[in-house]
Each structure stands twice: as C-alpha cells, then as structure tokens.
Design a protein around this ligand. Sequence first.
Ligand code: NAD
Ligand code: 89V
Length: 344
Amino acid sequence: MTDIKGALIGCGFFAVNQMHAWQNVDGAHIVAICDRDPERLKIVGDQFGIERRYADAGAMFADGGFDFVDIATTVQSHRALVEMAAAHKMPAICQKPFAKTLDDAKAMVEACAQAGIPLMVHENFRWQTPIQAVKSVLSSGAIGEPFWGRFSFRSGYDVFSGQPYLAEGERFIIEDLGIHTLDIARFILGDVSSLTARTKRVNPKIKGEDVATILLDHESGATSIVDVSYATKLATEPFPETLIELDGTKGTIRLSQGYRLEVNGPDGLIVSDASPRLLPWASRPWHNIQKSVLAIQQHWTDRLADGGEISTSGADNLKTLALVEAAYESAAGGHAVDIGAMLR
Ligand code: NAD
Ligand code: 89V
C-alpha cells in the first residue's frame, strides 16, 4: 500500500517532534510544510528535507497534492485553519488547545462534520505509555469498579524557555497543561457531570495561574481530583510525568514517579515498570511526550486507512475543552459548574 501524504502547518517548537514522529509512522509521510515565519520554515524544511514550503496556508491548500493536514500552530489560528481544511474537504489534525472558546470548537466540529472529513485533536497525553498501561489494567477488571481517583502533575520545570508565550497569556496552566490532565481523567474514569476548581498564581513573573486544584464528579458516580502545578519544587523533578491514584472495589492502582506501576488486587501486589521507550530522536525528559506523539500520529494514520473511530476526535475533545472552561468559571465564581449544560 502507498503512504498517505500530509502537509504540516506551523513549524515551531513542538512541530519538530511531530515531524520526527511522521518519519517513524507506518503508512504516512509529510510532503509540504507551511509557516509564516521564513526562518522556522527554512529550519524545519532543511532538517527534514521537505522541498514544498509555503508562507501562506491558503496557497498550500490551493496547490493541494496531499491527503491530510496537521495543524501545529498555537491556538489563535486553529479555528481559521480548521475551517480552511473543511472548505477544502481535507482531513485535519489540530493541536491542543483545540480552540480559544468552546463556541469556536463547536463551530469547528460542525464545519468538519458538514464537510464529511475526519478531525482529530492532537491530544497526545492519553497516548503516553504509562497512561495506556493504567487504562489497560483498569479495563482488565483487576481493581473492580473505580470509585475514586487522583490525576496529579506537579512540577517546577521551566517550560517558559521553550514556550515563552506560556508566560504571557491571562490563562496558563489549566488551558495549557491541565487540559491534558483533565483529558486523562476523562479517558480513565469517563465523562464528567460537574466540577469545582480553585486556582492560584505563585510565580510573579507570569500573567496566568500556575496552580489549579479541580474536583470532578464523573457520570459513573466516581469522584476524582485533578491537581496541576508549575510552582512545585521537588528534590527530583518529575516533568512531564502525570501521577495517578485509583481506588476500586477490589483493589488499587498507583502510578508513581519514575513510571512505577503498582497494582494491588485480590491476588496480591504486582509492581511493573511503565516507562516509555526512548525513541532514537527523543531526549529526556520529553521522551514520554515524544513517544505519545508517535502513538497518536500512528493512530490517525491507521484510522484514516480503516475509517474507524478516532480516540481524540474533535467531537470527543469538546468534552475536555468544556472542563477547561468550567474550571475557569468555577475558580472565578467559587461555585460548581454543570458540564452537561455547557455541551448542549
Ligand atoms: P510555536 O510558537 O513555537 O510555533 C508555532 C508556529 O506556528 C510558529 O512558527 C508560527 O510562526 C506558526 N504559525 C502561527 N500561525 C500560523 C499561520 N496562520 N500560518 C502559518 N504558520 C503559523 O508554538 P509551539 O510551542 O510549537 O506550540 C504549538 C502548539 O502545540 C500549541 O497549541 C501548543 O499548546 C501545542 N503544544 C503541545 C504539546 C503537547 O505535548 N501536546 C507540547 C507543546 C506545545
Ligand atoms: O504539553 C504541552 O502542551 C506543553 C507542556 C508539557 C510544556 O505543558 O505545553
């Protein structure tokens, strides 16, 4: 079978991981790239040997010659670019945060549905090796029915040097990082009916909040806590690990720092190593995320080939984005927010 051809828009900090991963994906490769910054276009074009280079996405779509588009720009351009893809009936991947507002995101999902094209949000954290390992243990029934969980990302890592825009927005940790943690909570314990959140800014050099604590009521009846911080100075820096605690009717799961997975079930304790594989182009500590980028891009390629359901489709991601909006609303007003009402 011949490869499907992709075009990538946005050749910035994170796109380099996506370009490396596309080189490893079975069944797809990138034939064209676009960035309005000529320097980034040259760096990425030269590094990955891509000849077709565009400063303007409209011109790239007009030339065509590819089967899907991978939008790796920051959030401000997502709606316009996804709608451009829909207008060209071009299957699209869009980086997280999917959109600036839930209303924008709903319009993007609707545009792609009307055009009849698949749309996937590049929400890669649920594709991390340790997160998939937790999901698989839970699905096996090893701890029975989960009734409580904690999804925790606490770090003092300097994310601002690689992504300076993160220090400049009115919103920071929930929109950028908590969005992943909330998605993991949904992936593991199912959809959420309501939430309550509290936020803080500890680092005086940034504009947005860098600490958030969110209490989730899941539709299953389970309760969970999502707690995220970039103001936590630990002896051993855990970036970018998400730590998980799950209590079930028959046992417990603990994913702790260093990718240690502990499952305590009716037959006793089983401890295993859930470390991600270090890909040849990856570098620590990002290798966990880099491995998940390969996994999600392979998933997209496989689903385009067989027409199957996409794990983080645009429609699915509306339910994660609703949690982000609800968390800001709850933190501002001090009240619980009904998620169902936001999605109607
Ligand atoms: P960046 O600013 O380094 O890169 C974005 C690039 O897009 C820039 O080179 C910019 O010139 C280009 N661009 C913007 N609008 C454009 C347009 N309309 N047409 C053509 N080019 C355009 O940003 P980044 O750090 O690479 O982040 C990109 C996205 O990836 C963000 O949404 C971010 O949240 C996400 N991200 C995801 C992860 C993850 O693990 N999933 C990690 C880091 C960043
Ligand atoms: O995954 C992300 O979106 C990144 C980081 C891990 C640094 O928060 O921005």
